[in-house]
Design a binder for this molecule. Structure first.
Ligand SMILES: Cc1cc2nc3c(=O)[nH]c(=O)nc-3n(C[C@H](O)[C@H](O)[C@H](O)COP(=O)(O)OP(=O)(O)OC[C@H]3O[C@@H](n4cnc5c(N)ncnc54)[C@H](O)[C@@H]3O)c2cc1C
Length: 410
């Protein structure tokens, strides 16, 4: 059997950055990815520029397709407002990076490989079993279409395993750490676009968000170099689980097509490749490592997706780096605490806000999102520069006052 210090299952951003950090410190690391890289990843590909701090020496220059400094918000595609991410005169320099996930993830995986991690793509992990002081990982080579290929299986033991295999991964199931976690769902399509055509507000520095076109979620248009990433998601898990998958799929597709129509982008839906994927939103404190401290969950596998926006890239990478630090310093038993210290208070406040927001979307749009300060606040929340605890209570207080005012006026 092959032997490693650490096996990382899944070469998304969380796994790749964990593998990079561990390999760089001299540990023998395997990074296993079930798809052949580069592979498509269902995602909007938007992230705050503060991601840069976590990527250390990754050369991002060729990966950033556009930099967003404006957001255009709308309610049912109307009543829109265009707002800058940085208030004039505020001195802030925030922006959002837009990437294509297949390129971004591949670059991070290659970065890990360059640091010494053994990158093995086309290798699907089948089982992860604790075995005394080790963990046994069994995997199977796959073909381009994802089917299992005939041939020798990959069997290895490691001192530690990092479960970075995403929302539906094997490690979550194997460890039983997060049982039947409820999932949100989102869909996206990458649609070719020529800048200068379509709606006058279509611009490579502007993202679009609509809150009323879909109940319990929002729809978006993210600008890429030659594409628009158009998507929609349902972020209220309690309601999402009650709908049938086919109804959800049809609704999301319809909203995406409606968004393109509203932005005067001609399209042929039969030529569009719609991709949908579950999002394991944060739902509170849960163990993120096994009791022996040998298997650690990161990123989506650990349910670290923000409950209001559905953003998981920055949290995924941060958790990968935290897991790597815990393993390097021999404190893997502290991993769950470290994750809770980093995320719990903020995500709990975001969850509270998200329940309120998706319960009263129109009022939140009218009295919250449309305010001049709302866009810079959203950008700072996404960037981790402002916490949901800091702004959540004030926001809800204000909304409640507005609602009481409305009710007493009727
Ligand atoms: C439609 C949509 C839009 C989104 N838009 C955004 C956005 O704009 N910004 C943002 O921050 N977040 C967004 N997210 C969330 C974001 O995509 C995830 O939070 C992020 O990808 C998590 O990274 P990860 O590394 O934890 O997992 P993933 O990126 O899911 O990577 C997991 C990897 O593990 C591999 N894998 C799975 N099973 C196995 C196995 N058995 N063996 C080996 N490998 C395996 C997978 O192939 C994959 O490469 C979006 C999600 C969706 C669904």
């Amino acid at each position: 059997m092959l032997r490693y210090d650490v096996i990382v299952c899944g070469a998304g951003p969380a796994g790749a950055m964990a593998a990079y950090r561990l390999a760089k410190s001299g540990l023998k690391v395997a990074l296993l990815e079930k798809h052949l890289l580069p592979r498509h990843k269902t995602c909007g590909g938007g992230m705050p520029v503060t991601m840069e701090r976590c990527l250390a020496d990754v050369d991002t220059s060729a990966l950033i397709e556009s930099e967003v400094t404006f957001m255009r918000h709308s309610w049912k595609f109307e009543d829109s407002i265009l707002a800058a991410i940085n208030l004039p005169g505020s001195g802030e320099r925030l922006k959002l990076w837009m990437v294509q996930r297949h390129q971004f993830d591949f670059a991070l995986a290659q970065h890990a490989a360059a640091a010494g991690a053994e990158l093995k793509d086309g290798l699907a992990v089948r089982s992860v079993e604790p075995n005394g002081n080790h963990v046994v990982v069994r995997a199977q080579w796959t073909k381009t279409n994802g089917e299992v290929a005939k041939g020798k299986a990959f069997n290895a033991i490691a001192d530690y395993v990092i479960g970075a295999d995403g929302a539906n991964g094997v490690t979550v199931k194997a460890t039983n750490l997060r049982q039947n976690p409820p999932m949100a769902i989102a869909m996206e399509v990458e649609y070719p676009h020529v800048w200068g055509t379509g709606h006058p507000h279509l611009s490579s520095n502007t993202l679009h968000l609509d809150y009323g076109a879909i109940g319990d979620g929002y729809a978006w248009v993210f600008p890429k170099k030659n594409h628009l990433n158009v998507g929609a998601g349902l972020f209220r898990m309690d309601r999402t689980v009650r709908r049938s998958e086919s109804t959800i799929g049809l609704t999301l597709k319809q909203v995406i097509c409606n968004y393109l129509t509203q932005l005067h982008v001609p399209f042929d839906s039969s030529q569009m490749r719609f991709h949908a994927h579950p999002l394991p939103l944060w739902r509170g404190k849960e163990p993120r490592h096994t009791t022996d401290g040998r298997i650690l969950l990161v990123g989506d596998a650990a349910g670290l997706v923000g409950p209001l926006f559905g953003d998981g890239l920055l949290h995924g990478v941060k958790s990968g780096l935290i897991a790597a630090e815990c393993i390097k310093s021999g404190t893997s038993q502290e991993y769950t605490n470290c994750i809770h210290n980093e995320f719990a208070a903020n995500f709990d406040a975001a969850l509270k806000l998200s329940r309120f927001f998706y319960q009263w979307p129109y009022l939140c749009y009218k009295f919250g999102v449309k305010q001049e300060r709302a866009t810079p606040i959203a950008a700072r929340l996404l960037a981790g520069e402002l916490s949901f605890q800091e702004m959540g209570d004030r926001f809800m207080q204000r909304m409640k006052q507005q609602m009481t005012g409305l009710l007493s006026a009727t």
